[in-house]
Design a protein around this ligand. Structure first.
Ligand SMILES: *[C@@H]1O[C@H](CO)[C@@H](O)[C@H](O)[C@H]1NC(C)=O
Ligand SMILES: *[C@@H]1O[C@H](CO)[C@@H](O)[C@H](O)[C@H]1NC(C)=O
Ligand SMILES: *[C@@H]1O[C@H](CO)[C@@H](O)[C@H](O)[C@H]1NC(C)=O
Length: 325
């Protein structure tokens, strides 16, 4: 069995820790409007955005910033590729609006950053996946071969980077995706989709290490934070169906101060394989309630090694010290 962790999501779950944010020097500004972008909610802006990115990424004079000012920018699928010559900031103050039609996407993500180091995504802007138009087409709860739809924003092979302030709403099929990232911090992120929207995971993480996820508010229709196999040294999280082989494991994941309401009674699930148990799992100050009638939640924990501190609800997660490693 593949390792499988999840904290079921409900109308809301909150992940909170103290966050320190230092002001960053923005360096040279590359305003997408200078590359032909229009905040009219209609113009296709992907060429302007990728052009601004390319120039900012190749800027050799120091830190660069791609600037998206306030306004509504319609944006089709876009990939921002590194490596860049210097640290780069993607400053979103406005709203990015995805195509409504799921056929407009050839990839599984709407906005993708890949092979970038020292990237900062900030500005407190909004990503609107416009998922309500495609949710009726989603039958993944019945059909295992269902079509996948786009995740709002994804990071692949990105190192020494952070997201600091971003809102993501109504994704077609998931909000934030991290694959093979390293030394990546996520703070001040809000993710929302209606509780009955299908398969809208909040944050999904795979094959990544050294991540801190703090001060994040998630309210979606599916898993809040899903951690797939091959992920280690993660502070604050949980995991969902691992599509990967079960010989990779999850290690050193700390869940601290997690509270909210779960739509399923089994609010916390950690199912790890017997031959490759999950190790170094730490639970502390978890308080989940069930949105159903009597409000009592339970936990399911299999082959989990680690430790438990403080008060935790549910408190029946069986963590085996002998798996501690
Ligand atoms: C992420 O946060 C940790 C802990 O505060 C810090 O040590 C690390 O340098 C941060 N990394 C980035 C890329 O901001
Ligand atoms: C947490 O994030 C929100 C934005 O979602 C921000 O307004 C708030 O200041 C942050 N809190 C801390 C303690 O950093
Ligand atoms: C958990 O939260 C509920 C409110 O949602 C509160 O009534 C209860 O006292 C909390 N339990 C602990 C152990 O903090």
């Amino acid at each position: 069995m593949a390792s499988r962790f999840l904290i079921s999501c409900a109308s809301s779950l909150f992940f909170l820790l103290a966050v320190s944010s230092a002001p960053t020097n923005e360096g040279k500004l590359f305003d997408v409007r200078s590359y032909g972008a229009h905040a009219d909610g209609r113009t296709n802006n992907e060429f302007a955005f990728t052009k601004a990115w390319k120039e900012a990424c190749q800027w050799s004079g120091g830190r660069s910033t791609v600037y998206i000012p306030p306004g509504i920018f319609y944006l089709r699928q876009v990939t921002f590729t590194g490596p860049c010559k210097n640290p780069i900031t993607f400053l979103i103050e406005g709203t990015l609006m995805a195509p409504r039609n799921p056929n407009a996407f050839k990839e599984d993500q709407w906005i993708l950053f890949k092979y970038v180091d020292y990237l900062t995504v900030t500005g407190g802007g909004l990503l609107d996946g416009q998922g309500s138009y495609s949710w009726p087409l989603n039958n993944c709860n019945k059909n295992p071969n269902c079509r996948t739809m786009a995740i709002n924003i994804a990071f692949a092979f990105v190192k020494h980077s952070k997201i600091n302030g971003l809102r993501s709403i109504n994704s077609k099929m998931g909000h934030l995706n991290f694959f093979a990232v390293e030394d990546f911090n996520v703070t001040g992120v809000t993710v929302t989709a209606p509780g009955d929207s299908p398969n809208t995971d909040g944050i999904k993480i795979g094959r990544s290490k050294d991540m801190h996820i703090t001060n994040v508010t998630i309210g979606t229709g599916d898993d809040c934070i899903a951690i797939l196999d091959g992920t280690s040294n993660l502070v604050i999280s949980d995991v969902s169906p691992g599509n990967y082989a079960s010989h990779v494991q999850i290690k050193d994941v700390k869940y601290h101060k997690i509270w909210g309401t779960s739509t399923s009674r089994e609010a916390l699930k950690m199912q790890c394989s017997k031959s490759f148990p999950c190790q170094g799992i730490v639970l502390s100050d978890i308080n989940l309630s069930y949105s159903g009638r009597d409000g009592l939640v339970t936990a399911l924990c299999e082959n989990v090694g680690g430790s438990v501190f403080g008060k935790n609800v549910p408190d029946n997660c069986r963590i085996c010290d002998d798996l501690l490693n």
